[in-house]
Design a protein around this ligand. Structure first.
Ligand code: 57M
Length: 357
């Protein structure tokens, strides 16, 4: 909004010229999201507590989790507010990708909200039945994928490390894009099982895709790096910046010992937004590396369930992987910070692939 209101004033004073620059608006989207989190965070946490929207902790989990019973959850509402408001404030609102990211974030946030609401408010421990949750995730992801497909979005997929390997998927790009969005949404959801364990890697991944959106949407840089140029993608740098700021702000309250959990309203939406950013920057496969922590957590569950069904034996003491380390005697903060360190290393490697090709 500020872009539309203030940039035209450069005719009267050159100072307003600065509002055309994506870098300027991204920095202030990060700052606005961070400040917004700090300002409304305590109010949201207090409101969740007063409304008794407290986490119900499963009894079959690691015993140290039982003390977390009643921690306010659905804090993802704070994250969504801190992403959407700065985006509306700083982004060019005529850019279709900006509205696409807002749509996927809000829609998956609503799916998570219903799940959380059923679990916490209606005391229905099953929440939204897994089949329905997946169906709604599939519907939202299909909407995004079909919109992109029918608006002529590039349906080729670049392979990291191989600059000349471009896979033309054609209509198959639709199921591929759905897989990326739904996969990322569920992987973040599974990872969100320790204080800050999901939001830390989200900050790192969002910052990485904040760089990718800027590079991919800049024709000269894209040509120099020989990556696919996506016109108008650079405006998403502002959304990704707001995602970084909002997640950093949430971490202030979600860091160990957590004052609030994000709930499915946060994990499903953040994961879906990350998956959509990966699609629009044409760095879908690289998301496996950037979001490596989420991938490993999801795979640990797949392998654990598969092994138990096929062999009747578990691979890990408990899945997802973070619970295995907990049962191995690792302190919660140690698991969390080590996962963050791994996430940073994976993101640096992912960024290096733009040159290592
Ligand atoms: C998402 N939710 C946390 C919180 C957060 C198929 C199976 C692997 C599914 C999986 C599952 O239930 N996943 C649901 C993980 C839960 O966190 C809530 O959920 C939101 C995210 N969606 O925002 O509202 C618990 O995580 C802890 N937590 C924190 N700090 C945070 O900042 O400590 C969350 C956020 C919270 C809190 O204790 O209650 C969760 O873990 O449920 N199931 C599991 O993950 C279970 N694993 C399991 O059953 N493994 C089996 C098979 C199925 C693979 C096995 O290994 O044999 C574990 N989780 C729990 N109990 N709670 C173990 C049993």
């Amino acid at each position: 909004m500020l872009y539309h209101l203030l940039y035209p004033l450069y005719k009267y004073h050159t100072i307003f010229n600065v509002f055309q620059y994506i870098t300027f608006r991204t920095i202030y989207a990060v700052v606005t999201a961070l400040l917004l989190s700090f300002i409304i965070g305590p109010y949201v946490i207090k409101k969740l507590s007063l409304m008794q929207i407290g986490q119900v902790v499963r009894k079959d989990g690691p015993p140290q989790h039982l003390s977390k019973e009643g921690t306010p959850t659905m804090g993802g509402v704070l994250i969504l507010l801190s992403i959407i408001i700065p985006t509306l404030l700083w982004a060019n609102l005529t850019n279709p990708y900006v509205w696409l990211l807002i749509a996927v974030t809000l829609c998956l946030g609503m799916v998570g909200f219903v799940d959380d609401y059923k679990k916490v408010v209606q005391k229905n421990c099953k929440g939204l039945l897994p089949g329905y949750k997946f169906l709604w995730q599939f519907i939202v992801a299909s909407g995004i994928a079909l919109f992109l497909y029918f608006t002529g979005f590039n349906t080729s997929v670049a392979v990291p490390f191989f600059k000349n390997v471009i896979i033309p998927l054609g209509w198959l790009y639709v199921p591929f894009a759905i897989l990326v969005i739904v996969g990322a949404s569920n992987a973040v959801n599974l990872t969100d099982g320790l204080d800050g364990l999901a939001v830390g890697p989200i900050i790192i991944a969002a910052a990485t895709y904040m760089l990718f959106t800027y590079l991919t949407g800049n024709v000269k840089i894209a040509q120099y790096l020989q990556i696919m140029y996506v016109p108008k993608a650079a405006e998403l740098t502002i959304f990704a910046g707001a995602m970084v700021g909002a997640s950093l702000g949430f971490l202030w309250f979600n860091s160990y010992p957590a004052q609030v959990f994000m709930g499915d309203v946060g994990s499903l939406s953040l994961g879906g937004a990350l998956g959509t950013l990966a699609i629009i920057t044409k760095q879908e496969i690289l998301l496996v590396l950037v979001g490596g922590v989420f991938v490993v957590e999801a795979l640990s569950v797949i392998f654990q369930v598969g092994s138990f069904k096929l062999r009747g034996k578990r691979i890990f003491k408990m899945a997802p992987l973070h619970h295995h380390f907990e049962l191995d005697g690792w302190a919660e903060p140690k698991i969390i910070v080590r996962f963050w360190i791994i996430s940073i290393i994976l993101s640096l490697i992912a960024i290096s692939t733009l040159k290592l090709r």
